[in-house]
Design a protein around this ligand. Structure first.
Ligand code: NDP
Length: 245
């Protein structure tokens, strides 16, 4: 049966939105490669829970900013499952700072993981994805909101959106769609860590639905684009944010 299943690599799937996406795609029938950077215990726990639920998954350590490591992860997926059909470029970091106060290390890490990491995955996917494949990049609704202190992070996500549009055209005739999902404030460590409760409450009220997004809200949007109902959506950015912008 497994040869007929579509194979999805989800980067940054040990926690947060990526873990919800991996669980949802597995429930939808995809074989899932659960990528992580350092959090092996969380990745293995997620793989075990997917398999307990009757799905198929393997953990795959790779720092997405390392192009050789990304290529090895594709090799491993191809060796284990025969090919790759879907990639979800979800791995990312967000550290907030005004431009005046931003140190080189913060700037460089965002470029390396959010922008180069996405690029490394896109380059391999462009070479290797099977016909009928899907590419989904995680952007952010800060591209549009452009709040103070988000400049470097927003710049990397604007770059991800640019690559989304360009790659959708470069893959002409391959029957592969390329889209981005741009969440708003979503209840994960990336968003919550270091923020006072009052700030969290204020950001939760940004949406007319008056709550934070949950990882499953974002996974639903990704699953739509990865599944049969998303087949005619290509080169688009879908803001999944409860209406903040
Ligand atoms: P989390 O901080 O909760 O999780 C980040 C994940 O990325 C972890 O699995 C982590 O792995 C992985 N990761 C970090 N660096 C690397 C790396 N170099 N290589 C491989 N994996 C890496 O983040 P979220 O779930 O909140 O965010 C997921 C995506 O959604 C990001 O792209 C983010 O920018 C975007 N987003 C999030 C929003 C939010 O409000 N939460 C809003 C808009 C967009 P490990 O556990 O091993 O460290």
């Amino acid at each position: 049966m497994n040869e007929t299943k579509k194979v999805a690599i989800v980067t940054g799937a040990s926690r947060g939105i990526g873990a919800a996406i991996a669980s949802r795609l597995a429930a939808d029938g995809f074989t899932v490669v659960v990528n992580y950077a350092g959090n092996v215990a969380e990745a293995e726990r997620l793989v075990a829970s997917i398999e307990t639920a009757g799905g198929r998954a393997i953990p795959a350590q790779a720092d997405v900013s390392d192009g050789a490591a990304v290529a090895r992860m594709f090799d491993a997926a191809q060796a284990a499952f025969g090919g790759v059909d879907v990639i979800i470029n979800n791995a990312g970091i967000m550290k907030l700072s005004s431009i005046a106060d931003t140190e080189d290390a913060l700037f460089d890490s965002h470029i390396a993981i959010n922008l180069k990491g996405s690029f490394n995955m896109l380059r391999e996917a462009a070479k290797r994805l099977r016909e009928g494949g899907r590419i989904i990049n995680l952007s952010s609704s800060v591209v549009g909101l452009y709040q103070p202190n988000y400049a470097v992070y927003a710049a990397t996500k604007a770059g991800v959106e640019a690559m989304t549009h360009v790659l959708s055209k470069e893959l002409r005739s391959r029957d592969i769609t390329v889209n981005a999902v741009a969440p708003g404030p979503t209840a994960t460590a990336l968003f919550l860590d270091g923020k006072p409760q009052a700030v969290i409450d204020q950001l939760a009220k940004l949406s007319p639905l008056e709550r934070l997004g949950q990882p499953e809200d974002i996974a639903s949007a990704v699953a739509f684009l990865a599944g049969p109902d998303g087949a005619w959506i290509n080169g688009q950015v879908l803001r999944a944010n409860g209406g903040v912008i």
